[in-house]
Each structure stands twice: as structure tokens, then as C-alpha cells.
Design a protein around this ligand. Sequence first.
Ligand code: ATP
Length: 346
Amino acid sequence: MSFLSIDKAGKRYGAMVALDGVSLEVASGSRTAIVGPSGSGKTTLLRLIAGFEGPDTGRIALNGTILADGPAIVPAHRRGIGFVTQDGALFPHLTIADNIGFGLERGTTNREDRIRALMRTVDLDPRLLERRPHQLSGGQQQRVALARALARQPKLMLLDEPFSALDTGLREATRKAVAALLQAAGVTTILVTHDQTEALSFADQVAVLREGRLVQAGAPHDLYRRPRDRETALFLGEAILLKGQAGVGWVDCVLGRLAAGTHGQRGDIELMLRPEQVKFTPSADETAQGCFASVVDVEFGGALRAVTVELADGNRLRISGTGLDLPPTGTRVRLSVAGPAHVFEA
Ligand SMILES: Nc1ncnc2c1ncn2[C@@H]1O[C@H](COP(=O)(O)OP(=O)(O)OP(=O)(O)O)[C@@H](O)[C@H]1O
């Protein structure tokens, strides 16, 4: 049974439709990432779940309790939901101890012990307790914000771009630490992010919003390999998009005949490959079978590199990924494809 259930939630601001009948199920103890372009309704959805606003239409239920039925809502402070924003929203004039203590109920016994335990949970040194937020790094501040939210022992934690102000290394480390500690605490979590890699690595369910609608929700790997449409494909990562003709379990395209799940489609289709599916090997023997191309551009980016090849029909493919091979431009290569192509549903 799902823990959080959102059923056809709709929200307008004047003439602006922010959410248009969004339905989403979240399992207990799971991690869901909500992604989508700017203005697609991610924060609005999170605010409706938190109870900062009510939906115009639709229902939201948590653990069997109705939180919102249209505009009739249970207020935010009675929902048992934690919320961490992009900037952490710590109180600048309070010490770290008082910031975390703010999350504890009035009259909590062993207050200091609880605060210290929460510091340990978020992996922060208790010596920081007497400092003020500006004396901490961005990553430490986010952990304090999380500790404050955890102090209320929420059933559900909502994270609105909590790592976006951090730089790359710290961001990844903080994300991993936060994911691990929320999982250990068994707290169901919903993360809103702009960052596809973050969403794919953080969550067991990714939900894609576009123009206020839920386009697709599912396991990260499924969405990445089998996106519903080309916009979702490109939103979740680099994609090679080709025209082709579909048969039963295969497609013919400029790369030859490829295995593909064609969902009963025949004839002209659009197919997608992820760049890491395309392999190239230098080959001078063009009498061999296969698809040949010329390297026209090589971009070196450290661990990642991208090689652009041009096919006989003038089509260019950008093959990005890891690899030590940096063939000079002009090299003739033979292309092969690993794994099935994905055909978009009609
Ligand atoms: N209080 C408001 N009043 C009027 N319009 C609003 C309000 N809040 C949000 N909107 C509009 O609703 C739409 C969805 O906004 P929302 O903030 O949910 O998008 P988002 O996906 O979180 O965007 P971003 O990634 O840029 O934060 C946008 O077009 C936004 O301008």
C-alpha cells in the first residue's frame, strides 16, 4: 500500500495552471525525486504535500489520513512532515544548538542529549553547537537544517533543492550522507531537484513533471532507458535520436538492424539510444559487415570524453562516455550497439 497518495491534485494561481491533475504514489521508506524544467510545478507539489497551501482540486493522503481534499486541508504543523529548503533557512541569530532545539517539542526532556544525538545523526561535530550558522560551511548548514527537521521525527521528509547551493564535490558527499542517514532512520523522502544525475542516483522512484503534468514516474533505470517521449529522454541525459522502421522486436536504422522493444509498432518510428550504448572500434577493413563512420570531432573532458562521428548519410552521432580511446579526427571506425534501442510509444 502506498504511504503518500496524491490523487489528481490541481492548483492554479489566477490564470496560471501550476499543477494539472497530478497523481503520484510514494511507498513507505522510499526515496522519490521530482524533476522537471523550471516552472513545471515541482515546488508547488511539494508545498501542497507540506500543507503550506491547499490544492484547488484532488486529494492528498498520508498513511491513510486525508491531508487535503480540495481546499479543505490539515494544517502544515499537524502533518508530521519535515521540510528542508535550498538555503536551509536557519535562524542566523541563534546558535546551532538553538536552531536544532527549535525543532524539538516544548518541554522535551534530555533536550541537550537529544540535540547532541541529532548532531551525531547528521555526522556533525558537537563542538559546532555553540557557533552561529554563518560560522559553518554550506554543507554543514544543510546538515543542521536536516537535524532540525529530523528533531520532529517526521514521517515524511521533503527536500527542496537542498544541495543546489553547494559546489560539486561537497554536493555529492552531502547528498550521499543525507540519503544514507534518511534511509537508516527509515524516513520516507521526497527530493525536488533540477539535477538529473542527482535524481537518478538519489531516488528509487523518479517523477518527471512538465507544464504542471506528471509525464512519467518509475524506477530511475527504467526512466533513463525507456523514457516516454523525446523531451523526457533529453531531460534525463544525453540521447541519440534516430528515425527508423520497426518490425517485431527490431528496428532498422542508419546503424543497421537493432534489437528493440517496439510495443506493437510497425513502420516509421523514432528511436533512442543512450550514447554509452554505442561503441566504436578503429577499422580499416570496410569489406567487413557493419556500420562505418569517420571521426569528425573529439572533446576531451578528463574522465569523460565525447567523440563525434559522421555516417555515410551525413548523420552525426555524439558518443559521450568514459574511455581511454581518443581517436584522431579522420579515423574510420566501425560502430556497434550494446543493448536494445528504445522506441517511443506512439
Ligand atoms: N504564488 C504564486 N503566484 C503565482 N504564480 C505562481 C506562484 N507560485 C508558483 N507560481 C507559478 O506556477 C508555476 C509552477 O511553479 P513552481 O515554483 O512550482 O515550479 P518549479 O518547477 O518548482 O520551478 P523552479 O524549478 O524554477 O523552482 C510557475 O509558472 C510559477 O510561475
